[in-house]
Ligand binder design. Structure first.
Ligand code: 5GP
Ligand code: ZN
Length: 112
């Protein structure tokens, strides 16, 4: 399996690490859309939100526990946005579940 984010998690492709624990890894997006743009991924390959189930949801809850810690460490005291693009209509480009954390400025109200 050829997965960019699995290679990043393994360290085979370099990334700017922001946070890591047993179940998740967070790093800076290579093409930031806001002053803070962090991606948080599970340390197992889950292709998208569509693949979340009772077997792997502990990885997703670990991500959601990590997000406020990451936001605090990034100084996002005035709020932020969390996004997961899924599938074709969601414009998901990397087929490994990831959550974007965007912040550091007032974000546009329109989400699609
Ligand atoms: P998606 O469009 O799938 O929701 O988001 C994929 C994100 O991964 C994009 O925001 C893109 O900039 C980011 N990305 C793609 N390739 C790399 C990479 O090699 N390194 C990092 N750090 N981010 C990447
Ligand atoms: Zn993967």
């Amino acid at each position: 399996m050829d997965c960019l984010f699995c290679e990043i998690i393994k360290g085979n492709i370099p990334s700017a690490k922001v946070y890591e624990d047993e179940r998740c890894y967070a790093f800076r997006d290579i093409n930031p859309q806001a002053p803070t743009h962090v991606l948080v991924v599970p340390k197992i390959h889950i292709a998208s939100m569509d693949e979340v189930n009772g077997e792997n949801s502990a990885y997703v809850s670990a991500i959601f526990e990590a997000i406020p810690k990451i936001a605090a460490a990034e100084g996002l005291t005035n709020g932020y946005r969390v996004i997961s693009n899924c599938g074709e209509d969601g414009c998901q480009s990397v087929k490994h579940l990831h959550f974007h954390i965007l912040g550091g400025r007032k974000l546009p109200e329109n989400m699609g």
